[in-house]
Design a protein around this ligand. Structure first.
Ligand SMILES: C[S@@+](CC[C@H](N)C(=O)[O-])C[C@H]1O[C@@H](n2cnc3c(N)ncnc32)[C@H](O)[C@@H]1O
Ligand code: SF4
Length: 457
């Protein structure tokens, strides 16, 4: 038996390359953006925007009416609504300032409202945001409009607000349905409540549903996770995201409420992820990238089959736009020439908007090396393969050192994670769960800086 036919020893791989690698929702990853450079870079990158090329928009809502202890998102719990209303006013002003800066209305191909919990917004505020966006952008007739939803927020008012926004897809947090796990993460949410919210969303014509499930949660046993997966399948969402819980209490203080001794170890996490993935596949879902599943007819499944899947800050997407404009505190924008991230603290963000200053705080200008590596990392994360011929077609002679680098890495790969067939550098099917590790081979920034990442599996 050759090394390429042997099973992959995940433990050996994680010991060799380290268990903590980026999720590569961008390359370089956000910790490498430089503080204080965002405003000037944002201004410069706006000049390079092509008025004819459609853009995507991300809008961040950093508020929730509850605080789940596992949460790694930029959000804060608020019991009063007036800060949320004031924040929406700032986002409206930021959108108008962007439009003034450009002097034209870009075409909008996709809009995503994330958080936090955008479902916490009152219909009036959703309407204000929608009007501001329609005044600044030229919406495509088939624009994808997606919203992240905490089902515990959803009322008849929420549904009418989402309908007015013409939402095409909602993403619902489930995590785990087991009451003991929910108690350990401070997130009570019954199956019945989730089922009823999904039925109401579907009855409102909000057709496509995504559900988020987490493995690696405290007190989560194989039986509890399997039961959750079965219940999620019963709800028949068009898409599922299966994420590994990222425990980073050094960054997110409320995660210290989770007892480390209640967390499953690396081997259990790996086994749980593999079992859940296999259950989704057996139920007819197609595996998309490292952590998504979709029914055959869903756009994400079609994009994965045709090699046009993309990866951005929200994870996998079928949206082909190269430019993403982020609004709101902590939102990241991606331009052809670089990234900028808005300042994270909500008060600081609102202060900058009130002072008519750019909200961007951190920035990163992409070199040609970054652009080529970014493309390689994205294709590995989306296709589990790199077409070396296509890389040369895209970047010309500049691609040659990277083609040689890929061939050299494949030749020395001691764990048999990849193979080269023809002009393709391919992650073996058995090693797909280690795609982040293979992508990290091409990460020239990984060892620089103090960035800390979550577990590879
Ligand atoms: C903004 S939330 C989803 C919408 C809504 N706020 C909710 O909780 O239902 C986005 C998703 O990120 C995932 N997430 C949050 N914290 C995480 C963490 N520490 N590790 C891994 N995934 C996490 C969860 O699956 C969550 O549903
Ligand atoms: S998981 Fe969702 S509802 Fe819970 S704190 Fe995070 S963003 Fe808010």
């Amino acid at each position: 038996m050759t090394a390429f036919q042997s099973p992959v020893d995940h433990r050996a791989v994680l010991a060799r390359y380290g268990a903590e690698v980026p999720r590569y929702t961008s390359y370089p990853t956000a910790p490498h953006f430089a503080a204080g450079t965002g405003g000037a870079l944002w201004d410069e990158l706006c000049d390079g925007l092509d008025p004819e090329a459609p853009v995507s928009v991300y809008m961040h809502v950093p508020f929730c009416d509850r605080l789940c202890w596992f949460c790694g998102c930029h959000t804060k719990q608020t019991r009063r609504y007036d800060p949320v209303e004031a924040y929406v006013g700032s986002v409206v002003a930021e959108i108008a300032a962007f439009r003034r800066r450009l002097g034209f209305s870009p075409k909008l191909g996709a809009l995503h409202l994330g958080g936090g919990s955008p479902s916490f917004l009152r219909p009036d505020d959703l309407k204000r945001l929608s009007e501001a966006l329609h005044a600044a952008f030229d919406f495509a007739a088939d624009a994808e409009i997606s919203v992240e939803i905490d089902p515990s927020d959803v009322t008849d008012e929420t549904l009418s607000g989402l309908r007015a926004l013409e939402v095409t897809r909602v993403s619902i947090g489930v995590q785990d349905f087991d009451p003991a796990v929910q108690a350990a993460i401070n997130r009570p949410q019954s199956f019945e409540q989730t089922r009823d919210v999904i039925a109401a969303l579907r009855a409102s014509g909000l057709v496509s549903i995504n559900i988020d499930v987490l493995y690696g949660l405290p007190l989560q046993t194989p039986e509890r996770l399997d039961a959750t997966v079965e219940q999620v399948i019963a709800l028949q969402p068009e898409r599922v995201a299966l994420f590994g819980y990222a425990h980073v209490p050094h960054v997110k203080k409320h995660q210290t409420m989770i007892r480390t001794e209640d967390l499953p170890g690396s081997e259990a996490r790996f086994a749980d992820a593999a079992r859940a993935a296999s259950a989704f596949r057996s139920a007819g879902y197609e595996a998309i990238g490292i952590d998504h599943f979709a029914l055959h007819g869903d756009k994400l499944a079609k994009a994965a089959r045709s090699g046009t899947l993309r990866r951005n800050f929200q994870g996998y997407t079928a949206d082909p736009c190269d430019t993403l404009i982020g609004f709101g505190a902590s939102a990241i924008s991606r331009f052809a020439g670089g990234y900028v991230q808005n300042t994270v603290p909500t008060g600081l963000y609102q202060g900058r908007i009130a002072a008519s200053e750019p909200a961007a705080e951190r920035g990163y200008r992409l070199s040609q090396d970054d652009m080529i590596r970014s493309h390689m990392v994205e294709r590995l994360m989306c296709d589990f393969a790199l077409d070396l011929g296509a890389l040369s077609d895209r970047f010309g002679v500049a691609a040659q050192p990277y083609v040689r680098e890929a061939l050299r890495l494949a030749a020395i790969d001691p764990d048999g994670l990849v193979e080269v067939t023809g002009r393709r550098f391919v992650i073996r099917p058995e090693a797909r769960s280690l795609a982040r590790t293979v992508a990290s081979w091409f990460d020239a920034h990984l060892r620089s800086g103090e960035a800390r990442y979550s577990k590879a599996v």
